[in-house]
Design a protein around this ligand. Structure first.
Ligand code: NDP
Ligand code: A1CAB
Length: 275
């Protein structure tokens, strides 16, 4: 089956959360469906992807492709990497957390340029915050290629591989922290007497409004906080409690713990061998 298939511009191994977000973004950015293939081993998921993305090749087996995106969980990277040689690809973008460029590059060998990237789930709505790091043999053209792919679903920043651990825990994991804050604020609104639906709507709009104030207006968060905090007022009373419970320090410690964990995963590594 694989042999009869056309050569694709891009094959994504793994059509889960991130893989499907990337396909959606690339199509929205004007890529032709026929240029894209998704290799997905779960038959139910593959059928779903076929319905979502008409014209995109969805296959349980590897296809021929110029470039490959590895979008499987870190423990599945070794198996996915074995498929890269079968694709005949010269470029690989891996978005797997904690799998180092050294591990990837050694596995694929010469002739395959590797770029490591870290997106986040906001890619699902085209508002991702991704970063990329160049592998030992990747060129400017390889980085531009990776930027084109991740840029279809949000922003892309170039960093060193060492900085990618901090990016992973800050923006990669970021939606999880904001989910926790969202849940807590909604519950707090209910505790203070609001119906849950009203509390949810208020909290959602606060996030949207704050994103516009901070990102779109480019204003300093210290100034944004100061202008809400009236002397002897409501906000000052609430902030005192958050500071008293160490919220700021909790975020600092959390990000350092996650960065450490990302480094650990990178050192443990996985056996990656191109077939
Ligand atoms: N989710 C997130 O917030 C982020 C994730 N990442 C990284 O992105 C990668 C993908 O994450 P995510 O999209 O959430 O994962 P998902 O589990 O949603 O998607 C991966 C999919 O790939 C399938 N799969 C696994 N191995 C193969 C294979 N050899 N051939 C074909 N299909 C395969 C899986 O099937 P099965 O279910 O059978 O395993 C699954 O359907 C991870 O490495 C993660 O570290 C990066 C940034 C953020
Ligand atoms: O938790 C994880 O390991 C991955 C990395 C970033 C988001 N999810």
């Amino acid at each position: 089956m694989t042999k009869q298939m056309a050569r694709h511009r891009l094959a994504l191994i793994g059509g889960g959360n991130m893989g499907s977000a990337l396909v959606g973004g690339l199509l929205a950015a004007g890529w032709k469906p026929a240029d894209i293939a998704v290799v997905e081993r779960l038959p139910g998921r593959a059928a779903q992807l076929g319905g979502l993305f008409p014209g995109v090749t969805v296959s349980g087996e590897m296809v021929r492709a110029d470039g490959v995106v590895i979008a499987v969980k870190p423990y599945d990277v070794a198996a996915a990497a074995n498929l890269v040689a079968a694709a005949g690809a010269t470029r690989v973008l891996s978005i797997a957390a904690g799998i180092s460029l050294a591990t990837l590059s050694t596995g694929f060998g010469d002739g395959v340029a590797v770029v490591r990237g870290m997106p986040n789930t906001a890619a699902l709505v085209g508002k991702g915050a991704a970063a990329i790091a160049a592998g030992p043999s990747s060129t400017e053209a390889d980085l531009v290629w990776a930027e084109e792919i991740l840029g279809a679903v949000g922003t892309v920043t170039r960093v060193t591989e060492a900085q990618l651990d901090a990016v992973t825990v800050l923006s990669g994991s970021g939606p999880a922290y904001l989910s926790l804050v969202t849940e807590a604020l909604i519950d707090a609104g209910v505790l203070a007497g609001l119906p849950r639906g009203v509390s949810e709507a208020m909290v959602g709009q606060v996030f949207i409004g704050y994103a516009a104030l901070f990102v779109e207006s480019g204003r300093d968060p210290v100034a944004l906080r100061a202008e809400v905090t009236s002397p002897g007022g409501v906000t000052a009373a609430a902030l005192r409690v958050l500071e008293g419970h160490g919220l700021r320090s909790a975020f600092l410690e959390a990000v350092m713990a996650g960065t450490e964990r990302s480094r650990e995963l990178g050192q443990t590594g996985v056996e990656v061998r191109g077939a």
